[in-house]
Write a protein that binds this ligand. Sequence first.
Ligand SMILES: [Zn+2]
Length: 428
Amino acid sequence: MSHSYFTRKLLNIKDKNITFSKDYLEKVKLNGITSFIFKGILTYQPTHCQKCGTLFDSKFKKHGFKTSRIVIPKVSLHDTYLDLKKQRYYCGHCQSTFTLSTSIVEKNCYISYHTKHAIALEAQNKISECDIARRHQVSHSTVNRIIHSFYESQTLNLNYLPENLCFDEFKSVKSAEGHMSFIFCDADSKQIIDIVEDRRLNSLQAYFKRYTKEARHRVKNIVIDMYAPYISLIKDLFPHAQIIIDKFHLVQHLSRTLNKTRIRFMKKFKKHGRKFKRYWRLFLKSHALLNTTTYRSVYCFKQPMREIDILNFLLDLSPELKATYDLYQELLFALQTKNLKRFNHLLETEHPLVSPEFQTAFQTFKTYQSYIKNTLSTHYTNGPIEGINNKIKVIKRIAFGYRSFYHFKSRILMVQNLTKPKTKILAA
Ligand SMILES: [Zn+2]
C-alpha cells in the first residue's frame, strides 16, 4: 500500500486519480492560522475533449498543470487545504485547452463537496452561520449560499390540513410588518406546518385560500390567542372549526393586567414602592401556593414574615387593590380548574371596586366569552408552539438576528428537521 493510498483514506478522497508525492504535507501559517496543506496531483487520460467532445486520440497533448487550493475538512483540528495540481490537456481538433476534473470538487469551485456537505449538516444544529463559517474555513456568505442550495425548499400539501391546529405568532425579522410573523402547527403531532411572514388578515387570507376547500373544511379545532383578525379569518375560511382561546394567553392577559394595577399603586404609595417592586411575584402566584407556615426574615420588613403576611400588608393599603387581587385569584382558579360555570358567573357579575385596568380586561374577556368556553372544555393549548417559539428565539439569538425572512424561515425549518438536505448531495 502506497502513502498515496493512505493519504486518500485519511482525507476520505475517493478519486483514485489523485496521487500524493513524497513531501506531500506542509504545515504553514495562513493569515496567522496554522494550517495543513496537502499537495496532490490529478492526472489521468481523459476519454474525450471537454470543449468539443471528440474522443481521445493522438491529437491530444499534455499541456502543463493548473494548481488550485481546495478547502477540505479539518485534520487534527487544523485548517486544511488540498493544493491540487490538475493536469491540463490540449485538444488538436478544436485547438483549445482544458483542465481535468475530479469528483471531490465542483468545476470552478474551491470548496470540496465534503466541506459543503458538513456545512449543510451543521445547519441543522443551533449554531450561527458565522461559527459554521469559521469552523470550515469559508466565508459567511459561502455558508449562506451552500445552506440554501443544499436544502430543498419545503413542499406544502395544499390538499391536506390536520384536524386540530395551533395558530400563533413570533417576533420575526425587521422587514416583516409589525415585526411579527405567523406560525401554525398540528396540535396533535406538534409539527410545524408553515411559517408566514405577515400575520395581518389580508396576507393570511391570501395564504389559506391556496389550500383546497376540502382541506380547510376538515379542520375541527383551532387554538389562537386573543387577536381579532384570527377570528374573522377562521369564520371566513374554516367554517367547521371551533375557536379555542389558548389558556396560557388568558392567564398571561390576567397577570399583565394585575401587574399594571400593581405598578400604579407602587407609584402611588412611594413609601412602600420598594416592597411593591420586590414582591411582585407574590401577587401573581396562585393563592393556594403561598407560604403560610414558615416565617422568614425578609429584606424590606423588620420582623420575620410569611409570604401571606407580606401580601396582606400590601393589599391592606388599598381596597381597590384588594378587590382586584381577589378577582384575579378567582378567575385564575376558575381557569385552572376548568370551572366554566364559575368563570361565566364571575364575568356576568358587576365588580365596581376593581381597578380600571381590570375593567378593560373584563370587557375583552366578555367579547371572547363564547370562545373561552371552548378553552375550558378541551385539552388543546398552544403549548406545542410555545416550545417551538422558544427554539426560534435561540436561533435568532445565536445568529444575532436575521435580515432576510427567507433565510430565517429556512433555518427554522432546518433546525426543526422539516427540510432535509438533497439526497444527491448526501451521496457525494
Ligand atoms: Zn476539442
